[in-house]
Design a protein around this ligand. Structure first.
Ligand code: PLP
Length: 376
């Protein structure tokens, strides 16, 4: 993907905000708990490596990613010793590579372990594959469910020196909601599952951001924090944050074309918007190929503190907004972040279009350059 460095559309990421959020979260969790930074999906669109560097500076205890390639990117970028967990199920053919790179693997069935074993036996080095057993307590995604299965899994690990059961974890389905009943049920199941093991693994973990923010009292050894580290509320607007976090990302562009319209002039594909007489209209060099989805067309963009509505449908590379008056070409436009006291927050927009803040952040495409500042 080509990065558009010759146009003014840029995402600016404040690494100071990331570090500040980590310190805030750290001071609100129990001292013995490891804080694992979730940097999957290119750090939720913020850039995995700069975020991981900032997170390390702020003292996190390791990283979680979704797929092996993301873990390899970290190892290749100098995170050679850090704790690193791939939270998705890895292809069997890659288990030896994971062990070689000292990456912790998620395993969700004893069959997977059995199939991985011969591949691990072929390795020349002797360090075992570090394994985190995923248990399903109600998310219905991956993981063992019965105590018998869990015990058999543990026994199989114990019988083979190529395998080291380092952790057990689960994932919660409703931690960002107001109703705690499912959370309580999942926690009770998890506790029972952990208790069914002959030996408690070193790292028992269950908490994403929502669990870390709103259910920190649950007994575990680590939290896996993603969205909160980036400064956003995992529930968007459903539940208030228990403490303030700083949004790290600003998405900005500039007016690239400005003109005054006549009554009835049409705008964009479908010619569905018709201007009013004298309306000032600006074109912006950002569109849905940059992640500014067509369904964000109802959201206002910020120009010198004015909320400017989008006119007509968002195109692939450009979109049009209505200005309250003439502004010069090159005037800054804020799509996400603060502009003269007005704030566009991805959570607010997500609620408006029936999605979640995560999707808006992850959706900012690779064509948009990421610039880094540190306003700590
Ligand atoms: C298993 C697991 N743990 C932790 C996280 C981090 O979630 P959050 O960004 O809500 O903190 C995710 C993200 O989806 C996940 O899949």
């Amino acid at each position: 993907m080509v990065r558009g460095v010759h146009r003014p559309t840029v995402a600016t990421i404040d690494l100071g905000a990331i570090k500040s959020n980590i310190k805030t979260i750290r001071s609100n969790i129990k001292e013995h708990k490891k804080l694992l930074a979730v940097v999957k999906a290119d750090g939720y669109g913020h850039g995995a490596i700069p975020i991981a560097n900032a997170a390390k500076e702020a003292g996190v205890d390791g990283f979680c990613v979704a797929i092996l390639d993301e873990a390899i990117e970290l190892r290749d970028s100098g995170f050679t010793e850090d704790f690193l967990l791939v939270m998705g199920v890895t292809e069997l053919r890659d288990v030896a590579l994971m062990a070689d790179l000292n990456i912790s693997a998620t395993a969700a069935s004893t069959e997977w372990l059995k199939d991985a074993l011969p591949l691990l036996k072929l390795r020349k080095t002797t360090n075992p594959l570090r394994i985190h057993l995923a248990v399903d307590t109600g998310m219905g995604r991956i993981g063992l469910r019965t105590n018998e299965e869990i015990l058999a899994f543990e026994e199989f690990c114990n019988e083979h020196e190529e395998l080291h059961l380092e952790g057990i974890f689960t994932h919660f389905a409703t931690a960002d909601g107001e109703d705690d009943r499912q959370v309580e049920r999942q926690y009770a199941t998890f506790k029972e599952q952990v208790a069914s093991l002959k030996q408690r693994p070193e790292i028992v973990h269950l908490a994403n951001s929502a669990m870390t923010l709103w259910h920190e009292d649950f007994e575990t050894d680590a939290v896996r924090v993603g969205i909160a580290m980036y400064g956003y509320n995992p529930s968007d607007k459903t539940i208030q944050l228990p403490y303030p976090l700083k949004p790290a990302l600003t998405l900005e562009t500039e007016l690239s074309y400005v003109k005054q319209m006549h009554k009835g002039d049409t705008i964009s594909y479908g010619a569905r918007y018709r201007a009013y007489e004298g309306e000032w209209l600006a074109t912006l060099p950002i569109g849905y190929a940059d992640g500014w989805r067509r369904d964000l067309g109802g959201q206002t963009l910020l120009v010198e503190g004015h909320r400017c509505p989008v006119r007509g449908v968002i195109c692939m590379d450009q979109c049009m907004i209505s200005l309250p008056k003439e502004f010069p070409i090159g005037t800054k436009v804020t799509l996400l972040g603060e502009n003269n006291g007005e704030i566009n927050n991805p959570s607010d927009m997500a609620v408006e279009i029936g999605t979640i803040g995560y999707e808006i952040l992850c959706g900012i495409s690779g064509r948009v350059p990421r610039n880094y500042v540190d306003n700590e």
